[in-house]
Design a protein around this ligand. Structure first.
Ligand code: IMP
Length: 424
C-alpha cells in the first residue's frame, strides 16, 4: 500500500485499519521524514519510522533494509509508543542491513539546501538524502556494522573525515563532536540489539508459512527518486518496486498493489504542482483538511485532483485498487474541479520545467454540499459525492475500493466486491 500522489495521502490510518488482517506490516523505504498520523479513540499517534501496524497488538512491525534509521529518532518513537502501552520490544524488528543516519547528515543537507547555485528541494531536514548518498556511494554504515566495534570505528572515522573535508571546503563552522557521536551510537546499538535481525529472511520465511504481509510505503509515488518530479523528490524508491528491493522479497510474492490518494491533491516542499490553487481556494482546502505537515508543521500546498498524475502513478505501480481519503474535506464546496488532461503534454513530462509549463484542463463537477464525515456505507453517500468518485475512477482507470470519511478507524467505507477488499 503506497501513496499515489506527493505523500500525506493518509496512508497511516489506512494501514492501521487494514493491518488487522495481516500478521506483519513492513516499511521498505524512507526514514523519519515520513509522518503517519493515526487516531484511535481520543489518542493521536504520529509514527515516523515505525510501521503503523505496531498499533495492532500481535502484529509484527518490520523496518526493512531500504529504510534509513536515525537511532535517536527511533528510540524516541519507541519510548513514546511504550509509554502508550504498546509492546514495542516484542512487536518490532529492525533490518541489520538498514543504513544509519548520523547528525552530520543533517549538516550536509543544510549545506546543500543553502547553496546559491542549487535549487533548494525543501527537504524535511532529517538527513535522509545525504544518508542515501552515502549508501549509494558505498561508504554508508549499516545497522549490522554497529556490532563490530573495530570495523565500525574505522568506517566511522573515514565517513567523519569526509564530512569534515566537505565542511572545510564550504567554509562551514563545524561544531560536531564526532567522538561523542560515535560513542553515543554504540550505546544506541546496544538498546536496539534484541530487535535487529535479517528481516528479508524473516519476511520470506513468514510468506512461505502463509503469513500475510502488508508493505507500507512512505512518502508518495511522485516523490520517488526515479519516477517522481526529479529533483524535487525524496531519495528512495517510493513506488511499488521499492517494496521488493527495500524488503528483500521477490516481485512474485506480491499479490496486490493498493494506491492511496486524497480526493484532492497536496504537496509539501518545492517542485511543480500543476493543479495547485493559490489564494483563497487553496486556503479553503488547507483549512478544511488541516493540511499542515505531520513532521515539519509546514503548511501544505493544496490543489484539485489531478487525473494525469494518477494515471501515471497507476501505470508505474500497477494499482489494483484505490483508497480515496479526506472526501469529507470537499463537503462544503459548491463546485469541485478535476484536472482531466494536460493540454500540452500527452504523457508525464520528464523534467520539472516541462511539468511546470503544462496547462491543466479542468472539468467542473457540482459539490454535494452535505456532510459525509464519518459515513460507513457507500449507499449513504450523497449522489453527487458518488458521481464524483465514479468520475475519478472512470478517468484514472482504477477501481475505488475504499473511501476514508474521517481520521478514525471506523470512519471508512469499504466497497464490498471490489478488487481491493478481495486483497484484504
Ligand atoms: P526529504 O525526504 O527530507 O529529502 O525531502 C524531499 C522532498 O520530499 C521534500 O519536498 C519533502 O517535503 C518531501 N517529503 C519527504 N517526506 C515526506 C512525507 O512523508 N510526506 C510528504 N512529503 C515528504
Amino acid at each position: 500500500m503506497l501513496g499515489a500522489q506527493w505523500g500525506d495521502e493518509g496512508k497511516g490510518k489506512v494501514v492501521d485499519l487494514f493491518s488487522e488482517k495481516f500478521s506483519i506490516v513492513a516499511r521498505y523505504q524512507g526514514g523519519h521524514n515520513a509522518g503517519h498520523t493515526v487516531f484511535i479513540g481520543d489518542r493521536k499517534f504520529v509514527l515516523k519510522l515505525i510501521p503503523s501496524g505496531i498499533l495492532r497488538p500481535g502484529v509484527q512491525a518490520v523496518i526493512g533494509n531500504g529504510v534509513v534509521i536515525d537511532p535517536a529518532a527511533l528510540l524516541d518513537e519507541m519510548d513514546s509508543l511504550h509509554g502508550a502501552g504498546i509492546d514495542v520490544a516484542k512487536q518490532l524488528v529492525i533490518s541489520n542491513r538498514a543504513h544509519v543516519i548520523f547528525p552530520f547528515h543533517r549538516i550536509v543537507e543544510k549545506m546543500s539546501e543553502a547553496r546559491a547555485d542549487r535549487v533548494p528541494i525543501g527537504t524535511t531536514s532529517r538527513g535522509i538524502g545525504p544518508c542515501y548518498e552515502d549508501k549509494t556511494g558505498r561508504r554508508g554504515i549499516r545497522i549490522a556494522d554497529l556490532y563490530n566495534r573495530e570495523a565500525f570505528c574505522a568506517m566511522y572515522s573515514a565517513l567523519a573525515e569526509d564530512k569534515q573535508l566537505l565542511a572545510q571546503t564550504f567554509n562551514i563552522q563545524d561544531t560536531i563532536d564526532y567522538e561523542q557521536i560515535r560513542d553515543q551510537y554504540l550505546k544506541f546499538a546496544d538498546c536496539i540489539r534484541p530487535m535487529v535481525c535479517d528481516t528479508a529472511q524473516l519476511l520470506n520465511d513468514a510468506i512461505r508459512q502463509g503469513k500475510r504481509v502488508l508493505f507500507e510505503g512512505a512518502q508518495g509515488s511522485m516523490l520517488d527518486v526515479d519516477h517522481g518530479t526529479y529533483p524535487f523528490v525524496t531519495s528512495s524508491s517510493a513506488t511499488a518496486g521499492g517494496a521488493c528491493t527495500g524488503a528483500g522479497v521477490p516481485p512474485s510474492a506480491i499479490n496486490g498493489v493498493i494506491g492511496v490518494s486524497k480526493a484532492y491533491t497536496t504537496r509539501v516542499g518545492s517542485g511543480p504542482f500543476p493543479t495547485e490553487l493559490s489564494g483563497v481556494e487553496g486556503e479553503r482546502i488547507r483549512k478544511a483538511g488541516n493540511e499542515y505537515g505531520a513532521v515539519t508543521g509546514r503548511p501544505r500546498r493544496c490543489g484539485w485532483f489531478d487525473v494525469p498524475l494518477l494515471r501515471y502513478t497507476a501505470m508505474v505501480n500497477g494499482f489494483d485498487g484505490l483508497v480515496i481519503t479526506k472526501l469529507d474535506v470537499l463537503d462544503e464546496f459548491d463546485e469541485i474541479q478535476v484536472c482531466t488532461a494536460y493540454r500540452n503534454a500527452s504523457s508525464m513530462p520528464a523534467t520539472y520545467r516541462e511539468l511546470e509549463a503544462v496547462e491543466p484542463v479542468y472539468e467542473t463537477l457540482p459539490g454535494w454540499k452535505s456532510e459525509t464525515r464519518g459515513l460507513t456505507r457507500a449507499d449513504a453517500l450523497p449522489l453527487r459525492a458518488r458521481d464524483y468518485l465514479k468520475f475519478l475512477s472512470d478517468h484514472t482507470g482504477v477501481e475505488i475500493g475504499c473511501i476514508s470519511t474521517g481520521p478514525e478507524r471506523d470512519e471508512t467505507i469499504l466497497i464490498q466486491g471490489s478488487k481491493l477488499t478481495a486483497l484484504l
